[in-house]
Design a protein around this ligand. Structure first.
Ligand code: KG4
Ligand code: ZN
Length: 345
């Protein structure tokens, strides 16, 4: 059994959690959305400064909520890659300093492995192998989860990530930041079949299309053209119908690829992770398609879909139980493939 204090500061949430294997004892998430909203997106320097201002309070709060003290903590973990380097450094430095002062083992955690572990938090009986559809602001991947630290990437986006597409289309529709939740809300009262939008297929050499890779930049351009056309034709843009049609296209494209991938690789469980896993259109499409093909589809609760430290603590617990620890010389990295996770230990 490993009780881990985990810190996540890879982007715009200052998050701290205490996790005992697959049980979350406390999870504190201090969102910076209000700070970044005025700029229309995350400003890296502002994010780093904001993490510095909040981190100590968030750590103290995690202990209060868990009703635990330092004696209960077996190891200290922090996200070290991928992400904004300045932002990662804040959480990583806090974790390494605490590990040194409190004389506890330290573990660096890959942010995307954390998103995969969000599914273990909500389904403690889940065991590999399974397929993870990871859809966040920076990634859109289909991952064959073989074991702790052992992943194979079967599908990826060739351009924008799904969450990035939501954010860009929301900006285009003047819905503000972050775009995903705003589009999701509007889409619930719009007509998803109002406008036919492209699926974003990825051609492969020799002809045909890649079965699992996605592309969202063409879809974003198609929405831009549609909005320009509608603005000329109508006095009031039918925002709800545009949002619903866009969401429908993303949800259908992701569902088709995830189902094909699970069936081709003989995996009977699809666990979804990342901020876009909160999307109601995707939830509905994938659940329905999963039921049709006799596949189990798992969506974590919303609090574990978007960035949080509980998922980081859960991943760290599993590594720690296997004897993995990281050196205190570990540095923050803006990029690191999920297939290279074991470099951290
Ligand atoms: O996983 P996450 O919190 O941070 C990253 O690691 O990127 O994901 C953030 C992304 C943002 O692009 C946000 O717009 C999107 O997730 N998102 C959503 C929803 N909630 C958050 N996208 C669609 N529908 C939602 N309900
Ligand atoms: Zn994330």
């Amino acid at each position: 059994m490993a009780c881990v204090l985990a810190i996540e500061t890879s982007c715009d949430e200052t998050a701290v959690a205490i996790v005992n294997n697959r049980v979350c004892c406390s999870s504190v998430v201090a969102s910076q959305i209000l700070v970044h909203r005025q700029y229309g997106g995350v400003v890296p320097e502002v994010a780093s400064r904001s993490h510095v201002e909040t981190i100590n309070e968030a750590i103290a709060q995690a202990f209060v909520e868990a009703q635990l003290n330092w004696g209960a903590i077996d190891a200290i973990a922090a996200t070290c890659a991928p992400g904004l380097v300045g932002a990662l450094l804040v959480g990583l430095t806090a974790a390494k300093t605490l590990a040194m002062v409190k004389q506890k083992p330290f573990l660096g955690v890959h942010h995307l492995e954390g998103h995969i572990y969000a599914s273990y938090l909500s389904q403690p009986e889940l065991e590999p192998p399974f397929l993870c559809l990871l859809v966040s602001g920076g990634h859109t991947s289909l991952i064959y989860v073989k074991d702790c630290g052992r992943y194979e990437i079967l599908g990826e986006t060739r351009d924008d990530a799904a969450g990035e597409a939501f954010d860009k289309v929301a900006r285009l529709l003047k819905l503000g930041y972050p775009g995903g939740p705003a589009i999701d809300k509007l889409a619930s009262s719009g007509n998803p079949k109002a406008y036919a939008l492209p699926e974003g297929k990825v051609s492969v050499p020799g002809g045909g299309y890649h079965p699992y890779d996605s592309s969202f930049s063409g879809l974003k351009t198609a929405v831009l053209r549609l909005v320009q056309k509608l603005e000329q034709e109508t006095s009031e843009l039918p925002v709800r119908d545009v949002a619903a049609s866009f969401q429908e296209s993303v949800a259908r494209s992701l569902t088709k690829r995830a189902i094909a991938c699970a069936l081709d690789y003989g995996l009977n469980t699809i666990a979804v992770g990342g901020g876009v896993a909160a999307n109601s259109g995707l939830r509905q499409h994938l659940q329905n398609a999963g039921a049709q093909h006799n596949l189990r589809v798992l969506f974590p609760p919303l609090k574990y879909c978007t960035d949080n430290a509980a998922m980081i603590g859960c991943a760290a617990s599993d590594h720690f139980n296997r004897g993995h620890t990281s050196p205190l010389t570990l540095s923050a990295q803006s990029r690191l493939s999920l297939t290279e996770v074991m470099q951290l230990y």
